[in-house]
Design a protein around this ligand. Sequence first.
Ligand SMILES: Cc1cc2nc3c(=O)[nH]c(=O)nc-3n(C[C@H](O)[C@H](O)[C@H](O)COP(=O)(O)OP(=O)(O)OC[C@H]3O[C@@H](n4cnc5c(N)ncnc54)[C@H](O)[C@@H]3O)c2cc1C
Length: 400
Amino acid sequence: MPTIVIAGASLAGAKAAETLREEGFDGQIVLLGAETERPYERPPLSKGYLLGNDERDSVYVHPAGWYAEHDVDLRLGVTVTGIDRATSAVVTADDSIVPYDRLLLATGASPRRLSFPGSDRDEVLYLRTTADSDRLRAAFQAGPRVAVAGAGWIGLETAAAARSYGCPVTVLEPQPGALHEQLGPELGATFADLHRSHDVQFRFGERAAEFRPGLVITSAGAEVPADLLVVGIGAAPNDQLAAAAGLEVENGVLTDEALRTADPSIFAAGDVANSYHPLLGRRVRVEHWANALNGGPAAARSMLGQPVVYDPVPYFYSDQYDLGMECAGLPTPGSYDEVAYRGDRAAGEFIAFWLAGHKVVAGMNVNVWDVNDDIQSLIRSARPVDLSRLANPDIPLPEV
Ligand SMILES: Cc1cc2nc3c(=O)[nH]c(=O)nc-3n(C[C@H](O)[C@H](O)[C@H](O)COP(=O)(O)OP(=O)(O)OC[C@H]3O[C@@H](n4cnc5c(N)ncnc54)[C@H](O)[C@@H]3O)c2cc1C
């Protein structure tokens, strides 16, 4: 009976296991996870769970009994340490050897870490796991002065959560604005203004350079009072296993559009995969929840030999204070030449579109709902649009 081994028991890995069973695979499935928790979703860790609104049980991908019920051999606290491609087996930290017919790498990403005087102190915290979120939640309850390194999504969501506990918050960001790489300057400023309206202080063009109890010293030599420093400066793919096994790795494990590596038995999905994306015409590594949710199942079908072309429009969502948004596409600086709006920006209910040559390359709906599929269709169509019609909320998006 064939065996499929999945390295990494989080969203991509768990969803791949689910799809294998749904598609009728009746061989062995071994799901190996370094964490001791069963697979869970990370977005609540910087939102509802961190805020104390969501119960622990709500973060799990499946109920506890699901794995046994579906004959998925879930082994937690097990780190894969090597891949022996010659014998088609993985080796784990306790020297077990687990043979595979197909192997899915779903090892995700790890937070980039800072290294400077004081960076190893207990008051310097990261946010990736439930334990990290528990630690932050407990710390915020005492109302400490919080410095956040990084004005990306994790940094800003953590800043919003810290404010909800009444903590004074200062965000340090070496880029000239918030979410600069993710959204560009125009929409980044919208988020910075939102945080300013909740009394968050920003120090752009500065990074954390030293932590002393009660103080962060910035690269500009400024002293920022802070009892805690939360670091949210991005994540790096956990692709070391693949590299050591001789697979091609470049900012993640390289795959084709069917999530196959150059080794026909090995596949990759989720945050760790840098996959050829037919719609974008290049490889892309997407660190978003939807990519793990859909990429795991796509890899499962690919491992079963089904024809797969994995080309979703990248999708991301965030909640901060009373702002909820969904973003489709990748509006990084340089990928667009114009930003257009529809709706009421002053009231915080609008859609922003990033355009290149009058074609929509990305769109973000802010406190406006049930439009993201239409935005994705506009991006996928890659046709020039009339800007006045795009800005007119009376014209439905499919008719723009
Ligand atoms: C706090 C936080 C908030 C987020 N919020 C959002 C959001 O609002 N919207 C959004 O779109 N995305 C969000 N994301 C991103 C989203 O959670 C990730 O894209 C998603 O978790 C990726 O899933 P994954 O299964 O690919 O990898 P991961 O979730 O990183 O899981 C990989 C798993 O593999 C394990 N592993 C690694 N190496 C090994 C090994 N050698 N052997 C065994 N196991 C191993 C790891 O321990 C981990 O459990 C957020 C992420 C974080 C951390």
